[in-house]
Design a binder for this molecule. Structure first.
Ligand code: PEP
Ligand code: MG
Length: 326
C-alpha cells in the first residue's frame, strides 16, 4: 500500500470525477519546504515563528528577508502564504519569555505583535521586500479575533509597503501581496462578513479552532480524548465558515492538522473544501485518497454529517466511507 501511495506522489490531486484539489504544504523550516517542493502545489502555511525559535535573538530584517526570499524562490510560480509571527501559547521564544497562567488565552500571535509594532514592522518590511523580487507571496495574520486587530495591522502594513516602495522606486508597478486571516478563534466566525471586506482570503486553523471551540488544550494528554475535530460543533463550524466563504466570495482553505488526516480530509471534502494544507509527510497519502474519491458522491453525505449530534456518529460516517480504501 505504502509503495503504491508513493508511486502516485507526482500525479495530480484530481478526484475520480475530475475535480482538482489544491494540495499545499505547511512549513516552518526551509527543510520542510524543500521536502515538499516538487510535490506540493505551494505553501499554504509558512510558520515564520519556527526560524525565530531556532535563534538566540530576533532575526534582523535582512536575515528575515534572505530567508523569505529563499522560500519564495524555491516555490517560484507556486503560491506561498506566510503567516506573521505567532509566538506565545505553546511557542515560546527563548529570548522573549512570556510568563502567563493561561498562555493559550494570553499574549499570543497578533496580540503580541500589535503591542510590538517594531517587531511586526521589521517582519512586514522583510516580507514586502521579498515580494518585490518574487510575486508568489501572500500574508496572513494569526489569532484574529476582531476587526480592530485587522485594521491596526493594516495601518502598519500599509506603512511598511509604502516604505519599501519608496526605497525601491523602480518597483512601483509591483502588486502588493494579498492579505488573509487565520480563522481559529471562535469569535472570528461571527464577524466573517466584516473580515471579508478587509481581507482577500481565510485560512482555517483547525488545531486552534478545535481547542477554543471545545475548551480543550490541544497539547494536554489528560484531555486528549475530548479533543476531536469530529465533534459536531467543529463540523458545523467548519461548514458555516465554508458556506460564508461561498456567500461572501472569500477564498477559504484549511491549514490545521485535520487536512492531513484521512478522516479529517474526507470531512472537509464532504463540506466542500478544495484547498488543503498539511505537513509534508501527509501529502502522499491524502493525494492517494483524493485520486480515489468521487466528490459528488462525498457531497451527498453532507446532510447526514451535519445532522450528527455526537462525535461517534460523525466518526462512523467517515470511517465507513474510508473502509473501502483500506
Ligand atoms: C492551527 O491552529 O490550526 C494552525 C494551523 O496554526 P498552529 O498549529 O501553528 O497554531
Ligand atoms: Mg493556530
Amino acid at each position: 500500500m505504502n509503495a503504491q501511495i508513493n508511486q502516485e506522489l507526482h500525479e495530480p490531486a484530481i478526484s475520480r470525477d475530475g475535480q482538482v484539489i489544491e494540495l499545499l504544504v505547511n512549513a516552518g523550516l526551509s527543510s520542510d519546504a524543500d521536502r515538499a517542493e516538487s510535490v506540493a502545489d505551494g505553501v499554504g502555511l509558512y510558520r515564520t515563528e519556527v526560524p525565530f525559535l531556532l535563534q538566540n535573538r530576533f532575526p534582523s530584517e535582512s536575515e528575515q528577508y534572505q530567508s523569505y526570499l529563499k522560500i519564495l524562490a524555491s516555490y517560484h510560480g507556486k503560491p506561498v502564504c506566510m503567516r506573521t509571527l505567532d509566538v506565545g501559547g505553546d511557542k515560546q521564544l527563548p529570548y522573549f519569555p512570556i510568563h502567563e497562567d493561561n498562555p493559550f488565552l494570553g499574549w499570543r500571535g497578533i496580540r503580541m505583535t500589535l503591542d510590538h509594532p517594531e517587531i511586526f514592522m521589521v517582519q512586514c518590511r522583510a516580507m514586502y521586500r521579498a515580494a518585490l523580487v518574487y510575486s508568489n507571496l501572500s500574508i496572513m495574520l494569526p489569532m484574529i479575533n476582531s476587526i480592530q486587530e485587522v485594521e491596526q495591522a493594516l495601518v502598519l502594513m500599509d506603512r511598511a509597503w509604502q516604505e519599501v516602495l519608496e526605497e525601491n522606486p523602480d518597483k512601483t508597478g509591483v502588486s502588493r501581496p494579498k492579505l488573509g486571516v487565520m480563522i481559529e478563534v471562535p469569535s472570528a466566525l461571527f464577524i466573517l462578513p466584516e473580515l471579508a471586506k478587509k481581507v482577500a482570503f481565510w485560512s482555517v486553523g483547525s488545531n486552534d479552532l478545535t481547542q477554543y471551540l471545545l475548551a480543550v488544550d490541544r497539547n494536554n494528554k489528560r484531555v486528549s480524548d475530548a479533543y476531536s475535530v469530529c465533534h459536531p460543533a467543529v463540523i458545523r463550524a467548519l461548514n458555516y465558515i465554508f458556506m460564508q466563504g461561498q456567500a461572501l466570495h472569500s477564498s477559504v482553505s484549511v491549514c490545521g492538522e485535520m487536512a492531513g488526516d484521512p478522516m479529517g480530509a474526507i470531512a472537509l471534502l464532504i463540506l466542500g473544501y478544495r484547498h488543503l494544507s498539511m505537513s509534508s509527510f501527509n501529502l502522499a497519502k491524502i493525494r492517494y485518497l483524493i485520486r480515489r474519491v468521487d466528490l459528488n458522491e462525498l457531497g451527498a453525505l453532507k446532510e447526514r454529517l451535519l445532522a450528527c449530534g455526537d462525535r461517534q456518529q460523525v466518526q462512523t460516517i467517515l470511517s465507513d466511507y474510508l473502509e473501502q480504501y483500506d
